[in-house]
Design a protein around this ligand. Sequence first.
Ligand SMILES: Nc1nc2c(ncn2[C@@H]2O[C@H](COP(=O)(O)OP(=O)(O)OP(=O)(O)O)[C@@H](O)[C@H]2O)c(=O)[nH]1
Ligand SMILES: [Zn+2]
Length: 197
Amino acid sequence: MSKIQAQANVPTDYGEFKMMAFSEDDKNWMPHMALIAKNTDFEKPVNVRIHSECITGEVFHSQKCECGQQLDTAMKYMQENGGIIIYLRQEGRNIGIINKLKAYALQEKGLDTVQANLELGLPADDRDFGVAIEMLDQIGVKSVNLMTNNPDKIQFVKNSKIDFNSRIPLQIKSNDASASYLKTKKDFFGHLLDEEN
Ligand SMILES: Nc1nc2c(ncn2[C@@H]2O[C@H](COP(=O)(O)OP(=O)(O)OP(=O)(O)O)[C@@H](O)[C@H]2O)c(=O)[nH]1
Ligand SMILES: [Zn+2]
């Protein structure tokens, strides 16, 4: 069971968040994180972004995906409207950075993001969002407005003890490098993305 191991208020470019580290014990160097904006109202459905780690996109500004821009947009939104970011250490849809780079190498040869994972003998998506539900429950969230385009995430919340109130879209414009990745998300995973992307 993941529990709050430590918390502190941290000022960011977007405003201050209470940052919490969740883990089974305090020895874990990569705990899941919760970022809570100060103006979050727990009496109403809470705006929540459940975000999976992407070091290439968020730290190194890779153009192959829109994860970095999604995280920045979510942080700004939560500061403006109140809300929480649940940051999960699920790099590469939970196959890890080594496998993700192997998958990228296969993508250079023409495979799409799903084919590349399958070629490596890995599932297209190996994530389980149960820990996000545990974290929200411990923070005291009862009902959410979920910021996502991913129907699986919505279904996961709907099947959990947390009430799903509404979806907040999180669409970033594609570029030349990310267009095929976004097309696969839409065609294979059924992501709720507008036509022009
Ligand atoms: N295996 C693999 N993972 C990727 C690839 N590109 C991005 N990711 C990972 O995908 C995760 C983000 O998930 P996405 O499927 O892009 O989006 P989502 O979280 O399901 O949906 P949204 O809530 O709408 O953003 C991050 O962990 C990224 O590291 C790729 O080509 N292969
Ligand atoms: Zn990414």
